[in-house]
Write a protein that binds this ligand. Structure first.
Ligand SMILES: Nc1ncnc2c1ncn2[C@@H]1O[C@H](COP(=O)(O)OP(=O)(O)OP(=O)(O)O)[C@@H](O)[C@H]1O
Length: 293
């Protein structure tokens, strides 16, 4: 990964009438990076992406994509693959015709059969869009990001409605695009997908960043959690724990390994059966839950 920025956003503002949807937002996405733009409902993610994609004009601020205005469509558009939440393919076109259309609209070159293979729709090539299942339509939407291996790919809730196999296939295809050097910008409410893959995350709330950084940056300020249930009666615990309404004990810690070691040693020494034991690093879900607290 080199450090050349593919996307530069400086003090971006967007108002819808009196409503200030994006507020002084600044961020950069580097070439080859996997950047996840996450946030609460109505945080301003779609509005921000629409400006970067050239679909909407900012109220103020500067946005550059490949060093150019996103409004310079002829220069910028062929280099971007945009998988929207709904691509709006005509219901009367076949899958093959739709994929061919992507080539014409994006001015990228590729082999239609290759793209059909990547999105696993070869067997549906002659089927009309209106006859596809929800998941198959979503895979056809994904073809817009795959066609011609664009340098910059936007994935807007890409796995919504996909079964596990199709999700895994989609992420495998994204991995291959990244191996070819593509930069990826993801929005999703499936936080685990971002946690597993994103190099950096911009976490939006009310039009601006609540936090920005790597997953480790975002999670390090919150404690890890150990949960378990105990048989009654049990000897006094070696750690400070809170007993929840469901009977589970919860230990919050910034020293997960050490405290887990202590707990397991105590259980063994006292022949205590630790039931339903769960322990793990802080998850992005917890960072989200802490927004506004
Ligand atoms: N065309 C519009 N006119 C007026 N307000 C709008 C318009 N589009 C979006 N908004 C408002 O701007 C705010 C940001 O919306 P946006 O769609 O960018 O959020 P989001 O982060 O993508 O949300 P979600 O996760 O719910 O999809 C919301 O409060 C929304 O109601």
């Amino acid at each position: 990964m080199t450090s050349a920025p593919v996307i530069d956003v400086e003090r971006l503002n967007l108002s819808y009438g009196d409503f200030h949807a994006v507020r002084d937002l600044t961020f950069h996405v580097r070439r080859g990076e996997f950047y996840a733009l996450l946030g609460t409902n109505g945080a301003g993610k779609t509005s921000t992406l629409e400006i970067i994609e050239g679909h909407r004009t900012a109220t103020s601020g500067a946005v550059r994509v490949f060093g150019q205005s996103p409004r310079a469509r002829r220069a910028v558009r062929p280099r971007m693959g945009i998988m929207l939440q709904e691509s709006g393919f005509s219901p009367d076109l076949t899958v093959r015709e739709s994929v061919r259309l992507i080539g014409r609209l994006t001015e990228r070159t590729d082999q239609v059969d290759r793209v059909l293979g990547v999105v696993d729709l070869t067997h549906k090539a002659g089927t009309k869009v209106s006859q596809l299942s929800g998941g198959e339509k979503r895979r056809l939407d994904f073809a817009t990001a795959v066609y011609g291996t664009p340098e910059l790919i936007f994935l807007d809730e890409p796995t919504t409605g996909l079964d596990i196999q199709s999700r895994d296939d989609l992420w495998d295809a994204v991995d291959r695009l990244r191996e070819d050097g593509s930069t990826v910008v993801l929005t999703t409410h499936y936080l685990e997908e971002a946690q597993q893959r994103a190099d950096r995350i911009g976490l939006m709330h009310k039009g601006t960043f609540h936090r920005e950084g790597t997953v480790a940056d975002l999670t390090r300020t919150l404690p890890s959690v150990i949960r378990f249930t105990l048989p009654v009666p049990a000897p006094v615990l070696p750690l400070q724990a809170t007993r929840k309404n469901d009977g589970k004990f919860v230990v919050e810690t910034f020293a997960l390994n050490k405290d887990l070691h202590t707990l397991l040693g105590w259980a063994q020494d006292n022949a205590v059966d630790l039931r339903d034991l769960e322990a793990g690093p802080t998850r992005l879900d917890d960072v989200f839950r802490a927004i506004g607290n």
